[in-house]
Design a protein around this ligand. Structure first.
Ligand code: PLP
Length: 398
């Protein structure tokens, strides 16, 4: 059966051009870029080129790019060293809606004596910049603000936030894992010190990420080993992944306006179609300040997981609000923070499109979904969960 893949905030298909670029490094060009011989040097040359592609996409210098294994590693690699370089400062500012890659790091740091201020969001998932400005302390070491939310697509005003942070001389980290290829990311405009990205969110393969570290920002390697990545991230480079990532970054940022306009139009077509054909649906998040590819819709009185499973039977892949590898029975922390009513919070599903999504796919979803929702609504309340392989647990947070 053909798959209609609308779960691109969870992961994306590898772009054919990125796949082509990486294959020689899995087949023939297996040299180690650190080797002294010319076979290794050929890999080293491509490593440099990939770094230049990444730097060009972010409008920064190549030596400000560190290749990592994923978004989670990039977040961790920014936060821990930034703190270790300022041992006397024990206060961190972040938000309640961060991804677990930041939330859980902060929770861990709290247990080891750091004080964490977690800023709330309003009903539309927005950050109040005045609240941010008010919570600084003389011992604030770091601010960590996501650029865009994986569940709702709501974007924080990073440029304005970074002005507030920089005026106070504090380091700023941003988790921009969901942003690359969906909105413009220009490191000349955002005075962030650290910015985390993950290849598999923008059509590179899994297992490769990027951490931007501004030249002036303090940094310490936290994995000890060889001197790769100019001594900043030990471990032999994932050459195939890095080469694909360079290509994918180039593709994701070229022609961004046109690609975005197309994706936004498809997302809006989907949303309007659902809102017109299904009663009691609400949109989660700031409609005017979202990523163009994301739609978080709350269907009153059903279990989102049930709808995800039913859509799956028609080959349609969507996210259940947001899901979690370990299975979380709790409703989403993001929707809870936004105060989404309990009648709706469990019935949230997330559609996330990509530049490969077509109008035909959206129309097929629109023809399929209304009947599934009314079937679920006509079932006794517990039935939305029954028959699911995991007994109705939320399945992944992505
Ligand atoms: N940050 C955000 C906002 C994410 O959406 C994700 C993944 O879903 C991550 C971090 C973690 O990225 P990775 O899966 O590459 O570790």
């Amino acid at each position: 059966m053909r798959v209609i893949y609308l779960d691109n905030n969870a992961t994306t298909m590898v772009a054919p051009e990125a796949l082509e670029a990486m294959l020689p490094f899995l087949r023939d060009l297996y040299g180690n870029p650190s080797s002294a011989h010319s076979f290794g040097a050929r890999a080293g040359k491509r490593l440099d080129e990939a770094r230049e592609q990444a730097a060009h996409s972010l409008h920064c210098a190549p030596d400000e790019i560190i290749f990592t294994s994923c978004g989670t590693e990039s977040d961790n690699t920014a936060i821990f060293p930034a703190l270790r370089r300022q041992p006397d400062k024990r206060h961190i500012i972040t938000t309640v809606v961060e991804h677990p890659a930041v939330l859980n790091v902060c929770a861990h740091l709290e247990k080891s004596g750091y004080e964490i201020t977690r800023l709330n969001v309003d009903g539309q998932g927005r950050l109040d910049l005045q609240e941010l400005a008010d919570v600084f302390r003389p011992d604030t070491a770091l601010v960590s603000l996501m650029h865009s939310n994986n569940e709702t697509g709501v974007m924080f005003p990073l440029r304005k936030a970074s002005e507030i942070v920089k005026e106070r001389g504090v380091l700023l980290h941003s988790d921009a894992v969901q942003s690359l290829g969906k909105v413009r990311l220009d490191m000349r405009e955002f005075p962030v010190d650290y910015l985390a990205l993950s290849g598999h969110k923008f059509h590179a393969p899994k297992g490769v990420g990027v951490l931007f570290v501004r030249r002036e920002a303090p940094f310490l390697p936290w994995m000890l080993g060889g001197g790769q990545e100019r001594g900043r991230r030990a471990g032999t480079e994932n050459m195939a992944g890095i080469v694909a990532l360079g290509k994918a970054m180039e593709l994701a940022t070229a022609d961004l306006e046109r690609a975005n306009a197309r994706v936004r139009a498809l997302r809006d077509r989907l949303e309007q179609g659902v809102l017109q054909s299904v009663p009691d649906v609400r949109r989660n998040g700031d409609v005017g300040g979202r990523l163009p590819n994301t739609s978080s819709l709350a269907f009153k009185g059903i279990q989102g997981e049930g709808l995800v499973r039913m859509l799956d039977q028609f080959g349609i892949c969507v996210g259940s609000g947001s899901a979690c590898a370990s299975g979380c029975p709790e409703p989403s922390h993001v929707l809870k923070a936004m105060g989404v009513p309990s009648s709706h919070v469990h019935g949230t599903i997330r559609f996330s499109l990509s530049r490969y999504t077509t109008k035909e796919e959206i129309d097929l979803v629109l023809r399929t979904l209304p009947e599934l929702v009314s079937t679920l609504r006509s079932m006794p309340p517990s039935r939305g969960f029954e028959g699911t392989e995991d007994g109705g647990k939320r399945v992944c947070r992505t």
